[in-house]
Design a protein around this ligand. Sequence first.
Ligand SMILES: *Cc1c(COP(=O)(O)O)cnc(C)c1O
Length: 505
Amino acid sequence: MKEEGFRQAFWDEPLIFELSRKGRVGYTLPKPMSDVEVSVPEGIRRRSEPELPELSEPEVVRHYTRLSQMNYGVDSGIYPLGSCTMKYNPKINEEIASHPGVAFVHPYQDERTVQGALKVMWELEQWLKEITGMDRFTLQPAAGANGEFTGVSIIRAYHEDRGETQRDEILVPDSAHGTNPASAAMAGFRVVEIPSNENGTVDIEALKAAVGERTAGLMLTNPNTLGIFEEDILEIAEVVHEAGGLLYYDGANLNALLGRVRPGDMGFDIVHLNLHKTFSTPHGGGGPGSGPVGVKDFLKDYLPVPLVSYSEERGYYLDYDVPKSIGKVKELYGNFAVLVKALTYLKMLGKDGLRMTSDVAVLNANYLTRKLKGTRGYELPYKELRKHETVFSAEPMKRETGVTAMDVAKRLLDFGMHAPTVYFPLIVHEALMIEPTESVSREDLDAYVEALKRISEEAYGNPDTVKSAPRNTAVGRVDDVLAAKKPVLSWRMYVEMKEKGEVDY
Ligand SMILES: *Cc1c(COP(=O)(O)O)cnc(C)c1O
């Protein structure tokens, strides 16, 4: 049901084709020069006019502006999707990445003509090495999950190389991101789940009981997905190493630690980073990402080819001399534009700026935790002190009012704010996982807490207000099961499904 005075529903908006009026134009083409003859081969000539909508320029501008306003993005306001690090993406990144020298460089160009592009990759690698304490990086993987697959494939190759083929188990804590067990399984490993203790960190005794001669490695995020730092990391590393396994660092949460602690110093052998999270590239909707993988010296011969190297006589070059390489994990050299944006971000901030980034991200998460704590219906499981993100549980609210974490998330949209991540990590029931990042103001945080408090009042006063949300957005509550099982991905699909009676809106 629409609330009085609010924007119409998405499906009430006219399509650009419906706005079309014959003969209406938004352009004037120059008159063709009479002496230029264009000859298009007969076989590929159009037989009929293209069916394009006919509109004036303001109609086109308004149509697309209206569509963009129905959406919500990092540029619209707070976007505290936990684990995703939806930080502001500085516009200078886009400016540099769309420079013709970057945008039009071709991957098959001769090395001597792309020295600048290779230098960008080489320099980025030096930054990542210093930030993580690793010795060599591949920039090839296209996302975190792709980096994980690369990393566990390296673990596999390493053990095989040493004749320890019985090492077929990867240990993963129960707080892990779903991609960790998925990547391990894809690389052919058996996944062994390690439970968390009452602090929300790895249960060391359970870990000790699980390691053995079948252990290939442990995948760990630190701080973990609860936003809690694994304080026993040095002991964890020792236990795994002593059993003959390797330590894999899921670097998606590195935004908490920049300039403070390095995974390389914690005992990790392999890391992946999410450049699109920590180092600012738009990544909503699955857009191009980048998941570089760094390794300690003893694993560098297993990295994907080519690496980027430098020598006096050759300058920067694509280095295929990687004797035990696991091969390629993505075509060519990775998502180059994302690499450029990450390097721009790093250079703009510098070392001090990076450190401050993490300081503010951690401060923001703890400020929000402290302000929200004690609000009726929300519970703070595990320790209070968090790193860059915090996880509340709406379990009491659900039990007492029937309002779920999903309802809370939907109601937040009515307040013009993006929802947090919900129902993850799996070990927290009715989880609300909030990661404000460093790029929100104190006022943003206060407003977010206020909205969550108001939703709590609504839940205990008039739960239907929350359960029927959102009502003030372009699209109301969607049936998420139906949306997954019967996706309507285009107008044409909608029309066809409507005719068959498969959709009722
Ligand atoms: C995002 C994330 C991943 C996966 O990264 P993608 O780039 O989305 O593939 C892995 N682990 C954690 C903790 C994450 O937050």
